[in-house]
Design a protein around this ligand. Sequence first.
Ligand code: AMP
Ligand code: ZN
Length: 115
Amino acid sequence: MGEECVFCEIIAGKIPSDIVYQDDKAVVIRDINPQAPIHLLVMPREHIPSLAQIGSDRKDLIGHLIYVANEMASREGLVQRGYRVSVNYGREGGQLVPHIHFHLLGGRQLSGALG
Ligand code: AMP
Ligand code: ZN
């Protein structure tokens, strides 16, 4: 578990959150400050700080997280409408929480994919 990591604390049940899905490798929560009608965060249980720690040994885990994001999009009724899955890395990439997570955004017309 990451030291003072808010997502590790949510995963451990130490601070409350709206957890909408979990399995042995992944946890999905609703974003506390949603940027779209549907805004979920798909994260690994394992504390991985960022995209920079993704090597060949973690390809399967990342594939699983994308699979879970697609499943959640389906559950939320977004497949026909469309949705966005994105990950922020580092300071200029806009990453605020140092525990890797995929944003799943949908439910409105999204624009400005490249910020
Ligand atoms: P990022 O900027 O990619 O690191 O995204 C971090 C996201 O985590 C932001 O969209 C925040 O609104 C969200 N967030 C931060 N703290 C919490 C929390 N306690 N519960 C749910 N979402 C959170
Ligand atoms: Zn963590």
